[in-house]
Structures are given as structure tokens and as C-alpha cells.
Design a protein around this ligand. Structure first.
Ligand code: DSN
Length: 448
């Protein structure tokens, strides 16, 4: 980026790090499925003067003066969210996905109430009742799981719901490659009068672009981050559906009060403006084409990986995301895979797989996806090439076996990392990654 002269003059250290990150992205392949490249318009809104304003409250009901402009910004963002997703209420103030989900709990539940979300290591999210999160400690969390073949185990869920009717159920996942079962989950939630909250953070862009079914006819509440497939700034939205208002006409008011003053202070107005810009972009026909291409690319990448002998959880994908089962390389191989791919400038993340045989920190799978490479303009032929590059990188580390003993593991990983750094074939693959990436400029409009 050529426009950080003032930052460079004031703080050359941070400016240099920003440039290094830009270079890392430019030369590499970003395959973390929850990451993307925002437009320059979104970044300009994030970097705007709106960051300076305090505006606790809501449009026309603020605790500070001088909010004439901010009121308009927030109103536009809210209206665009309502229109894009087809909901009667949207709150664009949540700072990010985890606060948004906490705000849903504290709008709907009392401490100790029963909640059901997909188990973290089966592809759920921390805030869906994991014991690592406050949500699993303040509420009575009864997680559901995936079956050994990787699909949501609706039968187990149905049994659990019949036995201990939860007050809230989450449908929404972070490492689940198949369509989110909104209709099935709604039927189960309705059978005991539970609230159904859809967390569409991963697939919001696909929903907006028509490449995944919308949860709006099924869920009472919908949450999403704005920075994943939706391609906006880091932020979040809570929406209440017509179905939610039918169940509780005060639901929108409850959410509003929980967000502010319940759990947050001043809204991040620069983010709100950038969310508005992203929502405008997401309503355009070219975004629908983008969303469809994200899915086509994920399928093509999955096919390429399978052709090279890799094993996909559920055998494929319906979305932007792929989960690869690496147990054929050995339990706990995910870290070797992630670090070797990092060495070649291919970025993805190690991930647990259904029935994880090792541990969450040393898992046996890897998670990858196509939102960011699709934003760069890559299509099926590039997915073929990327799949093949990944398989070649993994071949370089085949044979490493993750020790279960902690002290042994520390020594082993030291040796692994030093061998990785000296691997000439990985350096060659790194060059090939660079050559591919550089054909797809990040900001073609800047010639940059
Ligand atoms: N960290 C996000 C992801 O990568 O899926 C979820 O919060």
C-alpha cells in the first residue's frame, strides 16, 4: 500500500510491520477460511475520522452531543443489514462475534439455563457453550456432536432435547464443511419451545450472495461477524427475525439493552461505517457471483486434494470450507502440516477432526477455505494448482510423528523446525507459491 506516509513518518517500526504483512499476503496464499481481503473502500472507512467520536446509545438517543453524522451512518448500516438479510431488526454495534454471542445469551437466558451448541472440537465455536468460554461456565451446556463421518448428529441432539429441553440452541459452526441444517435444527428447537440462534459468521457472505440457504425463516436470532465471507471490517451484527418477534415481541428491545448499556460502551463508529460499505458491496450482483465462485473454488480445491490422496471430512464441501483428515499421516500431524505450509507461504490452520485422536493443540486435521483467494480473482485452475502445491508440501514432512510425551515433544519439535528451515524443496515450493500469487494483485486498482 502506498498510502501510509504519515504512519511511516511517525512510527517507522509499525509502518514497516504493516508493510511486511502486506508483503506476506501479497506473496502468499491465504487459505484460512475465516479470513478475507476487504476492499479499499472498507479500509478507508475503518481508517476514517469516525474513530474519534463517542456515541453511546442509539440513533437519536445518544448520551453525547455532535452525533448528527454518526446517527446517519448507523441508521444506514442498520437499514442495509435489515434489507440484505431480510430481518426486521439489526444491531450493528457488537464489537465482534464473541461479544455478539454473549449479548444473545444475556438477552435471552438466566445463568444456569440449559444451552446446546456443537462441541468445540467437532467444529463448534467457543461461545456456543464450550467450557473454555464463560458460556460453558455460566450456563448449563449440553453439547451436541458430529457423527464419525463428520455430519451434525441430529439424532443425538433430538434425544438430548427430548430429555432436557434447552432454552437456547445454536446452529452455526467454524469447522463444518457441509450446509448448516437450519430447517432440521428449527424443527428440533420448536419441539420444546427453545430459542434457535443461528451464528452465520462463517457463511454470512454466502447467505447474502445466495450461495447458502438463509437461516432467517428458521431462527429467532441471527448473529454474524462481518469480516469473514461477508468481506467487511472486523465487527458483528445481531439480528432478530420475524419468527423471533413472534415468540417474544420484546426480543429486539432486549437485545438492544443488552448491547448497550448492558455489555458495551461507545460503538466503534468507524467500524459501523465500514460495515455499511461492506453491506452495500454485498448487495451487488457481482457479490453473488463472488459467493458462488467461493463455493465452486472450494469444491475444486477439495477435488484436487482428493486426487492427490488427501482425505476430506465428509468427502467434500457445500460451502467455502474444507476440513482435511490427516490421520493417515499420523495422529497430531496438523501442526507439522500447518508449519510446513507456512514455510511455503500457504496459510491455513491445524484443526481437530471428528473423533480427534490426539489433542486440540496438536490436532490431526487442517482447515482451509477459499474466500480470500477468490477475492483475489483465483478460479478453478488455480485451485487445482494450489491443491497440488499443498500435497507436495505435505510430502516433505511425511514421516514426522508427534510424540505424546511433553518433554520429548519439545525436543522433537525443535528438530522438526530446524529441518523445516533447511528444506530446499520447501524453498522451491515457496517460489512457486509466490509466482502464482503475484499473478493476482491484491489491489489492482492501485497497480499495487
Ligand atoms: N476465529 C474464528 C474462526 O477462525 O473460525 C471463529 O471465531
Amino acid at each position: 500500500m502506498k498510502r501510509i506516509e504519515e504512519l511511516r513518518a511517525t512510527d517507522p517500526v509499525i509502518a514497516s510491520l504493516v508493510e511486511q504483512e502486506l508483503e506476506r499476503k501479497r506473496a502468499g496464499l491465504e487459505l484460512i477460511p475465516s479470513e478475507n481481503f476487504t476492499s479499499l473502500a472498507v479500509m478507508q472507512a475503518v481508517g476514517s475520522i469516525l474513530t474519534d467520536k463517542y456515541s453511546e446509545g442509539y440513533p437519536k438517543r445518544r448520551y453525547y452531543g455532535g452525533n448528527q453524522v454518526i446517527d446517519e451512518v448507523e441508521t444506514i448500516a442498520v437499514e442495509r443489514a435489515k434489507q440484505l438479510f431480510g430481518v426486521p431488526y439489526a444491531n450493528v454495534q457488537p464489537y465482534s462475534g464473541s461479544p455478539a454471542n454473549l449479548e444473545v445469551y444475556f438477552s435471552l437466558l438466566e445463568p444456569g439455563d440449559t444451552v446446546m451448541g456443537l462441541n468445540l472440537s467437532d467444529g463448534g465455536h467457543l461461545t456456543h457453550g464450550s467450557t473454555g468460554s464463560v458460556t460453558g461456565r455460566v450456563f448449563n451446556s449440553v453439547p451436541y456432536h458430529t457423527t464419525p463421518d463428520g455430519y451434525v448428529d441430529l439424532k443425538e441432539l433430538e434425544r438430548n432435547v427430548a430429555e432436557q429441553c434447552p432454552k437456547l440452541m445454536w446452529v452455526g459452526y467454524t469447522a463444518y464443511p457441509r450446509r448448516f441444517p437450519f430447517a432440521e435444527m428449527a424443527r428440533i428447537a420448536d419441539s420444546c419451545g427453545a430459542y434457535l440462534a443461528a451464528d452465520i459468521s462463517h457463511i454470512a457472505g454466502l447467505v447474502a450472495g445466495g450461495a447458502h440457504e438463509s437461516p432467517v425463516g428458521y431462527a429467532h436470532v441471527v448473529t454474524t461477524t462481518t469480516h469473514k465471507t461477508l468481506r467487511g471490517p472486523r465487527g458483528a451484527i445481531i439480528m432478530v427475525t420475524e419468527k423471533g418477534l413472534e415468540k417474544d415481541p420484546d426480543l429486539a428491545k432486549k437485545v438492544e439493552k443488552t448491547v448497550f448499556p448492558g455489555m458495551q460502551g461507545g460503538p466503534h463508529n468507524h467500524t459501523t461505517a465500514a460495515i455499511a460499505v461492506a453491506l452495500l458491496e454485498a448487495a451487488k450482483p457481482e457479490f453473488a457471483e463472488y459467493a458462488a465462485q467461493v463455493v465452486r473454488n472450494a469444491k475444486a480445491l477439495g477435488e484436487a486434494l482428493e486426487a492427490d490422496g488427501l482425505n476430506l471430512v465428509t468427502g467434500g464441501t457445500d460451502t467455502h470450507l474444507l476440513l482435511v483428515d490427516l490421520t493417515a499421516y499420523g495422529p497430531g500431524f496438523g501442526l507439522f502440516a500447518q508449519e510446513a505450509l507456512d514455510e511455503a507461504n500457504i496459510t491455513l490452520n491445524k484443526n481437530t477432526i471428528p473423533g480427534e485422536p490426539f489433542s486440540p493443540f496438536y490436532p490431526s486435521g487442517m482447515r482451509l477455505g477459499t474466500p480470500a483467494v477468490t477475492s483475489r480473482g483465483m478460479r478453478e485452475p488455480e485451485m487445482q494448482a494450489i491443491g497440488h502445491l499443498i500435497a507436495q508440501v505435505l510430502d516433505e514432512v511425511r514421516g514426522y510423528v508427534m510424540p505424546r510425551d511433553r518433554a520429548e515433544r519439545t525436543e522433537y519439535l525443535k528438530r522438526f523446525r530446524s529441518e523445516l528451515a533447511g528444506n530446499a524443496r520447501l524453498r522451491e515450493l515457496h517460489k512457486q507459491v509466490e509466482q502464482l500469487s503475484e499473478q493476482f494483485p491484491l489491489y489492482p486498482e492501485l497497480n499495487d
